[in-house]
Design a protein around this ligand. Sequence first.
Ligand code: ARG
Length: 286
Amino acid sequence: MSITDEEAVARSGEPERTARPRTVLMCRPEHFAVVYRINPWMNPGLPTDTSLAVRQWQRLHDTYRELGFDVRLIEPLEGLPDMIYAANGGFVIGNVAYGASFAYPERRPEGPAYMDWFRANGYEVIVPEQVNEGEGDFLLVGDTILAGTGFRSSDASHDELARVFGREVLTLRLTDPSFYHLDTALAVLDSTPGQEHIAYLPSAFDPPSRARLEERFPDAILVTDTDAAVLGLNAFSDGRNVVIASRAAGFAAQLREHGYDPIGVDLSELLLGGGGVKCCTLELRR
Ligand code: ARG
């Protein structure tokens, strides 16, 4: 006799997963191209297909809408091809938006562009003093902000972040250039206080950071190099539905075992810039 997914999950001892539709900010990749190289995924010598990028992005956008998300859009600016990776535009909790200050000059004008959007949409904007790349490196789980450093966001930005939001910030040091932002190496699956759950790639972190993750998240999902190499961890969860790279088949199976519903989306074109699902998504936490 076959059992339902719910029964299988109940027997496995995993909690029932609850979807809470999110509000997110996205940027249509109308000006997508790879014209410089600031991470190992980027190769300006390879052709890119902007219309394919837009179609793939549209699938992601429509998937969020189907999940009941409120999807907000920021106007893409010509000359800023990486602006489509909205996650880097800032870090938002409630009415407060901590702006981004990009590590590489190619992306620096994106900081003010996103801060303008936040102001125009009623947010209190904190202009950053320290180099940081927003939600690319900062992820809220429970009441703690996990903060990446090593390639982009500076250590000093972690202190600034803690002061701005008055929350605990857990510093995690990235060591593999292919996983240069925290959201390429770690995914928050459930951010509800009391049932925090994450997935990550252990080899992307230095040993002390790995030890901190093991201690804080003993039940985390550890993904394989194969799934991480297609940016499988660059995923966005509403607590139950987890939108991931369609090629991350192993991670999808792990998610199902833990009671989540993985939804695969193909963003092969945006991967040429070194970004995936989560990079295209900035959460506007209410
Ligand atoms: N080309 C962009 C960069 O290297 C990709 C950003 C990806 N964003 C992210 N949140 N990981 O800055």
